[in-house]
Design a protein around this ligand. Structure first.
Ligand SMILES: [Zn+2]
Length: 426
């Protein structure tokens, strides 16, 4: 993208006869003159600490959207259930457990969405396929948990719930803009099992548990496990490689250098945390979305982890940073979705250092995704491609970091000549 769809270009918007300024956006909040109930920061949210370590809870609240109304409920569809449901097609994919903020401010989307939400506050998030020429046939159900309609701006926050798949042969109806109507089948999340759990005597199952999500628990019974395995033809390590906890341990060890302590140990949560946060290509992420069990996902993720990779400009390919520089500025993890007043969702990765960029314009605190920080646009020094934003504060720690927009960079994998890439798509 040559120019970011960015609020920094407000003067361009002023020249557009159809542009309606949504509402005043200052200090990370959307406020409106017409709405007297919205007043100061203090009444909207607790005050932002202006010194010391940054509170990583703040970005997950997406407080730049202002105070939103809670929507009650927790919807889980039955495994295998076929549902006819509305959908949103975006450039980003959100995995179960993670949050998607959206601002709807096109007239057509805005006129339809409230009725859709009234009928069902769950929708399906769809994304582009591997070649970006159509819709990928897997998606995630999202439950809207907060909404706010103010002037011409509808803000929603939704959380990923279940994986689902488009039912082949059914129509994908275009409603308007990004909104569609689809028929999907909910995909079951299978229980985590050990390949050995049905080979044990029932009374031993409780004492020497082979099905454990913690590798340390598995190791406590390892002596008995080896005795037990002596009756089978393969070596014991072969069976270890089909234990979910084995991959949890390997992945957690490999991620030990990551700054931030929010990496979950639960296998299902870890499998989604990894694909949401680790620097994977769009194709790699879609491969993981297709896999049905936490074991399959973790196995493939561990293989992806071993590949050397760097983060390069999407325009010219110059290296901007590498995955060892990423860190968590948000409780949601390293990679989170944020939305600008134009309604464009940016999947953003926070990194400590970056190179080969130049800054464009002055720092601004308007609509800042990280309360207390001012942002400045980052461009590639070579090709002027929009890379993301530099965030700075004189009082908060860290003083400076970079939010790289996923659309601005690509993952370049240094392929090991010893194996074929196809080997990684098990
Ligand atoms: Zn470039």
């Amino acid at each position: 993208m040559s120019e970011p769809e960015n609020w920094a270009n407000a003067e361009d918007d002023d020249n557009d006869p159809d542009y309606e300024p949504p509402a005043e956006m200052e200090n990370g909040h959307i406020t409106s003159d017409a709405d007297d109930t919205v007043t100061s920061d203090e009444e909207e949210f607790p005050p932002i600490p202006l010194e010391g370590d940054f509170d990583t809870d703040l970005p997950t609240s997406h407080r730049y959207l202002g105070r939103l109304d809670n929507v009650r409920g927790y919807t889980l569809y039955d495994d295998g259930q076929i549902i006819s449901i509305w959908a949103i097609y975006t450039s980003t994919m959100v995995f179960p457990g993670f949050t998607l903020p959206l601002v709807i401010n096109t007239y057509m989307e805005n006129s339809i969405l409230p009725q859709l939400l009234e009928k069902n506050n769950v929708f399906v998030l769809l994304c582009a396929n591997t070649t970006f020429n159509g819709i990928f046939n897997y998606g995630v159900t999202m439950e809207v948990f907060e909404t706010q309609q103010r002037d011409n701006l509808l803000s929603i926050k939704a959380r990923g719930r279940q994986r689902c798949k488009l039912v082949p042969g059914t129509e994908i109806r275009n409603l308007t803009g990004r909104l569609k109507h689809v028929t999907v089948k909910i995909i079951a999340e299978p229980e985590i099992m050990s390949p050995l759990c049905d080979t044990q005597l029932i009374h031993l199952k409780q004492k020497r548990l082979f099905t454990s999500t913690l590798y340390s628990d598995l190791m406590k019974n390892y002596k008995y496990r080896r005795y037990h395995l002596a009756q089978y033809p393969l070596a014991s390590w072969v069976y270890d490689k089909y234990e979910t906890s084995y991959y949890v341990k390997l992945i957690l060890e490999s991620l030990a250098h990551y700054v931030g302590e929010y990496i979950p140990e639960d296998p299902i949560k870890l499998s989604y945390w990894f694909v949401q946060n680790y620097q994977l290509s769009h194709e790699e992420r879609l491969h993981i979305l297709k896999l049905n069990s936490a074991l399959e996902r973790l196995k493939l993720e561990y293989k992806y982890l071993k590949l050397e990779r760097s983060m390069c400009c999407n325009g010219c390919g110059i290296q901007i940073t590498d995955p060892s520089k990423v860190f968590a500025m948000s409780k949601d993890g390293i990679q989170s979705n944020y939305v600008n007043p134009g309604g464009h969702v940016y999947e953003t990765v926070t990194v400590m250092t970056a190179q080969n960029f130049r800054l464009d314009g002055d720092p601004s605190k308007q609509f800042s995704w990280f309360p207390g920080y001012a942002w400045t646009i980052m461009q590639c020094k070579n090709c002027h491609n929009h890379l993301g934003w530099q965030f700075t504060s004189n009082t908060l720690r860290p003083r400076c970091f970079y939010g790289l927009a996923k659309v601005g960079f690509k993952i370049v994998i240094q392929k090991d000549s010893d194996f074929e890439l196809g080997e990684y798509y098990v």
